[in-house]
Design a protein around this ligand. Structure first.
Ligand SMILES: *[C@@H]1O[C@H](CO)[C@@H](O)[C@H](O)[C@H]1NC(C)=O
Length: 349
């Protein structure tokens, strides 16, 4: 109703335009007036952009506003061919709501039809391995390459939990490095409280998610918890990838047109993966495509060497995928060998 009233008001205003016929004499002064008005508008618009630009910059650091496909309903995972998945909202912190999908092992897809949250939570205690998938910096948990990973893990008989960090997807709040870690740690604790004590709980970080994964692996170790296993796919290393001292993330976005100026030091995102892998004591599996255009293969090779020499080659593995396959940064899920690689890793834990 309010909206309608407002519209009525608008139209009544629009109905009485001033009927001033400019006289010929006034023509010159009118065009001068136009120039003045246009210049003033330009000044105001420019001033305004300078003011809002820092805000825009902040928005783009994690690119979490870039939500493709648009208009998806994240509360209906079955619409994304995940018919044995439940959508839920967790509260890692006051005022922060996280959208999370939980997919059960594929063998349970029939039993899962029409089941509620309770059923899903109980199923977490069935002893199957549980994966927490921490995604990259664009889009949300419905992105096709993320759904594909859930389907592979589920077909192998594992549970998969895929959160949208704060500010991503339908989760509330603003993303920061610390906030993303809080969200992931909360989900880990949530899973541990519900899974069987014999269940493996494995983290899988992709891209930005690798930074979150190594951050929380170290945080958990400080509390005396060593993760069962961590998969790092499409890893970056901010310590080795500074470009011109601009931002550790400059390299990451330099290849995305128009975005290179958006990564400023103010955001203070660090993601010290190299320092983290030196400290990590859990088995690590690096997955990387040789043609990854955002995170060059040399970077992960260095990181692998660092991690392997801090632990041992038994506990740290690197599996690379031939560049000719064209997987780039997101496409590893397409590899027919991937399920076997994952299964071997889980069985080695
Ligand atoms: C539900 O998902 C499972 C596992 O992906 C699939 O095998 C099955 O065909 C799907 N069933 C329906 C009715 O969509």
């Amino acid at each position: 109703m309010k909206k309608r009233n407002a519209r009525k008001d608008d139209s009544s205003l629009a109905q009485k335009p001033p009927k001033l016929q400019p006289k010929k004499k006034e023509k010159t002064s009118t065009s001068w007036l136009k120039v003045v008005v246009l210049s003033l508008t330009a000044v105001v618009v420019l001033g305004f952009s300078v003011k809002i630009l820092p805000v825009l910059i902040q928005q783009f650091v994690f690119m979490y506003r870039l939500r493709l496909p648009f208009f998806v309903d994240l509360s209906r995972p079955a619409d994304f061919s995940l018919n044995h998945t439940v959508n839920m909202y967790l509260t890692p912190q006051d005022g922060i709501s996280l959208g999370v999908w939980h997919t059960v092992p594929e063998s349970q897809w029939k039993a899962a039809q029409g089941k509620d949250l309770n059923w899903y939570q109980k199923s977490l205690g069935d002893g199957s391995p549980v994966f927490i998938y921490l995604h990259g910096n664009t889009n949300n948990r419905a992105a096709p390459h993320r759904i594909a990973v859930s389907q592979i893990l589920s077909s192998l008989g594992y549970h998969v939990l895929v959160p949208d960090y704060r500010g991503f997807g339908d989760s509330t709040g603003q993303p920061t490095e610390a906030g993303l870690s809080t969200d992931a740690l909360y989900l880990y604790d949530w899973v541990k409280a519900r899974s069987s004590s014999s269940s493996l709980v494995v983290l899988w970080g992709h891209s930005l998610g690798t930074g979150v994964s190594t951050n929380i692996a170290v945080k958990l170790q400080e509390k005396g918890v060593v993760l069962d296993g961590v998969i790092l796919e499409g890893t970056f290393n901010s310590a080795r990838q500074k470009m011109g001292g601009v931002s550790p993330f400059y390299w990451f976005y330099a290849s995305l047109p128009g975005l290179r100026y958006l990564f400023t030091p103010e955001k203070k995102a660090v993601f010290p993966s190299e320092e983290n892998v030196k400290k990590m004591k859990c088995p690590i599996l690096f997955l990387h495509s040789e043609d990854d255009h955002l995170a060059p293969i040399e970077i992960v090779q260095q990181l692998y060497e660092i991690a392997a020499s801090s632990q041992s080659k038994d506990r740290v593995k690197l599996v690379t995928f031939d560049g000719s396959k064209g997987y780039l940064h997101n496409g590893l899920y397409r590899d027919p060998e991937l399920p076997a690689v994952l299964k071997n890793f889980v069985e080695s834990l």
